[in-house]
Design a protein. Structure first.
Length: 307
């Protein structure tokens, strides 16, 4: 766990387009979106609908964008949205979403419709990046006419579906590289110094400060607790600089920050955060924790809603 702050940093001149071009030139392909993600999506076509809703313009042939949907959507059922790979380097979000659709989803299709965007940022997945190819953080960019192509394409696809989202699970990770790589890069890009927060060792969720849904968040945490450990608060009673709302849960103003989990009017929303750098977990445990978060939340919805 990254507890110690890095060497002191100082504000500098924000990047211009040339600086971003230099940064982009330093990125390289580290893994295959087609082989690791695309083949798994293709394999779901036997039982689920797979729809390509766009491509990334930086390499249209390499980066198709997909939605996975349960077949024969019933307008009488409520719709559940699952998103992964908003930050491409957060691996278990992508593979946790796919793992849920490979098995667990079929236990819930009699109750809910499902829509999933398993990897919103495929370029970032391949280059293991938080940002997109234009050095934009997608998870601060879910707004109309977004500067992030990944967000624009996703929002347009969701608008075209004309569905009312009842619950949204947005699957993320918090990694040591948030402090060792991405926070320093953010300071250089913006020319400002950001307050240091240690990386929590364990799973936690981020709820909506305007609509916290405490029992829903608790159900998610309690189910994940069966799979992996829950992140404790730091000595200040906080996780990533935010006061703990309950065990394993903090709240953000999701809409104000233009986060993926805040784009809709869903009654129930949660952003999951897995810690893949813990010596206590494996890649499989991290993916299973994401699945547990979804099933824990779904079982809660089934228990509290009629029908």
């Amino acid at each position: 766990m990254n507890k110690s702050p890095p060497a002191e940093t100082h504000a500098s001149t924000p990047w211009n387009e040339s600086d971003k071009e230099v940064w982009r030139g330093e990125q390289f392909i580290r893994r295959s979106y087609r082989d690791e993600v695309g083949t798994k999506i293709e394999a779901l076509k036997g039982t689920l609908d797979v729809v390509q809703y766009g491509v990334l313009s930086c390499d249209p042939g390499r980066y198709p964008l997909y939605l996975i949907k349960t077949r024969h959507s019933d307008r009488k059922k409520k719709t559940i949205l699952i998103t992964g790979g908003v930050h491409g380097y957060e691996t278990s979000g992508v593979h946790g979403a796919l793992k849920f659709f490979e098995g667990e989803v079929h236990k819930y299709t009699c109750t809910f419709n499902f829509v999933c965007a398993p990897c919103i940022s495929p370029w970032a997945y391949e280059t293991i990046n938080r940002w997109n190819a234009n050095a934009i953080d997608p998870n601060r960019s879910f707004v109309v006419d977004s500067p992030a192509e990944e967000c624009r394409e996703f929002l347009n696809a969701m608008k075209a579906l004309k569905l009312e989202i009842h619950a949204h699970f947005d699957l993320h990770e918090t990694t040591d590289t948030d402090n060792t790589v991405f926070r320093p890069a953010l300071e250089k890009r913006d020319g400002v110094v950001h307050e240091f927060s240690e990386i929590p060792d364990g799973f936690y969720t981020v709820g909506d400060a305007e609509n916290p849904q405490r029992e829903f968040q608790k159900a998610v945490i309690d189910r994940v607790r069966r799979v992996t450990h829950i992140a404790p608060a730091d000595v200040h009673g906080k996780i990533i600089g935010v006061r703990l709302e309950q065990d394993g849960v903090i709240n953000y103003p999701l809409k104000k920050l233009s986060l993926c989990a805040g784009f809709s009017s869903a009654q129930y929303v949660t952003t999951t955060e897995v810690y893949p750098d813990s010596p206590k977990v494996t890649d499989e445990v991290c993916a299973n924790a994401q699945v547990a978060a979804i099933t824990g939340g779904l079982d809660y919805l089934v228990s509290v809603e009629p029908g």
